[in-house]
Write a protein that binds this ligand. Structure first.
Ligand code: ACM
Length: 401
């Protein structure tokens, strides 16, 4: 965001004063903002991100904190409402004096917080897959960009099922943009066609999908691309099953239907549908299994690990490592240490990209099995560099197993 010179000077001065006053408190603790919804339409998935964040903070503190200083989460519940994200972020910055905020799920929430972190030169760590086409000096993006999930999903679904796709989404920016990208991918690379595109309100109930699933039954696409988010996801998949639509013949493919939404809808409804993500709970690696054991020990069984949980977890460790070296959470001091930094995450090695502020991730495609977990049916041979503006997005150069 550009500010007029005088406003910028005022902001800089206020910034300097605030930094001198705070961030590291009198007792040597380091306050960090944590902004995930515990109520509202995306509360289930965001609660998992909250617990991933608190889990990482606890691990860091148990290991002696950052240079002996404890991380203290200052946490608010923005109730899945973008205007509340704005208010809470403002409070975190201006009253609680945090330099760093971990938070946001919906792109509409990120877009509400973005001008504030830019205006006050703070840092937002965003742990959610999103539509791409964004860059900010004040954001680190640790969820998948479209070249790390949409491209692979388009390739996988069109090569196995066909390229006539019906799109169903929640009514906000991520679904519009994600559908535009999916539409381009299937048409440019497979000669495919969008045979339907429908949007429902964010708090859609099962009835809101009745007419849509009837239309899908009539049109019989090769697959459905769902960008429905949050608690409505279970209602869509349930309406789909009730209409007699079968994943064996017309599967639903998604980027937002994680283990959390699968648990909400139940395995009998979810089995056979597909999701693309860099992380699934089912990854059979020592790094993932030991992380899950440590998490379960500390946080019990209340949270279902998923890709947004994992990104929320590893981004706090990336922050802590950078701050250990930088000695400060000021954006200018911290950023050079963050860019290019790596972490051995549960999904495999992740690296923050210097030029885009996004993260090198490990794309995978999973199919829901009878236990409500994802069988990994495809994974990239190596981590994929983020390309949020889709400068290159060829299909077909991915390793399929
Ligand atoms: C999203 O809104 N980025 C899922």
């Amino acid at each position: 965001m550009r500010l007029l010179a005088s406003t910028q000077a005022h902001a800089n001065q206020a910034n300097t004063e605030q930094r001198a006053r705070t961030t590291v408190t009198d007792t040597g603790m380091i306050r960090v903002g944590v902004l995930f919804s515990e109520t509202g339409i995306t509360s289930a998935i965001e609660s998992s991100q909250l617990n991933g964040t608190l889990f990482a903070i606890q691990e860091i503190n148990d290991a002696g904190g950052i240079g002996g200083r404890e991380l203290v989460p200052i946490r608010y519940d923005p109730a899945s409402d973008p205007s509340r994200y704005r208010t809470c972020a403002e409070r975190l910055i201006l009253t609680d004096d945090v330099q760093v905020i971990f938070g946001c799920y919906m792109s509409s929430a990120r877009k509400a917080v973005l001008p504030l972190v830019e205006r006050w030169n703070r840092l937002l760590f965003y742990a959610t897959l999103y539509e791409g086409f964004e860059y900010s000096e004040n954001v680190i993006y640790t969820g998948a960009a479209p070249n790390q999930n949409s491209v692979q999903l388009a390739d996988f679904m069109t090569s196995r099922f066909g390229a006539r796709v019906y799109m169903v989404g929640s009514n906000y920016i991520y679904p519009y943009e994600s559908n535009r990208i999916m539409s381009d991918l299937v048409s440019q690379y497979r000669g495919g066609v969008k045979v339907g595109e429908r949007y429902v309100r964010l708090d859609a109930a099962e009835d809101d999908f009745t007419e849509i699933v009837a239309d899908i039954r009539k049109i019989r696409p090769d697959f459905v691309f769902s960008t429905v988010v949050g608690n409505s996801t279970q209602h869509f998949y349930r309406a789909y099953a009730r209409a007699g639509l079968d994943p064996a013949s017309i599967p639903i493919a998604s980027l937002t239907t994680s283990e959390v939404e699968v648990a909400q809808m139940g395995t009998d409804i979810a089995e056979g549908h597909y999701t693309a993500a860099p992380y699934f709970r089912s990854i059979d690696s020592p790094a993932n299994q030991t992380c899950l054991e440590r998490f379960t020990e500390k946080f019990g069984y209340g949270t279902t690990p998923n890709a947004s949980w994992e990104a929320a977890y590893f981004q706090v460790h990336l922050f802590a490592r950078a701050m250990r070296v930088a000695g400060s959470a000021d954006t200018e001091t911290l950023m050079p240490e963050l860019l290019g930094s790596e972490f051995d995450a549960p999904q495999g090695c992740v690296t923050i990209d210097r030029s885009t502020h996004h993260t090198h991730l490990n794309p995978r495609i999973g199919r829901v099995n009878r236990e409500g977990q994802f069988d990994i049916v495809w994974e990239a041979a190596a981590s994929v560099r983020p390309d949020p503006y889709l400068v290159t997005h060829t299909l077909g150069d991915w390793v399929v197993r």
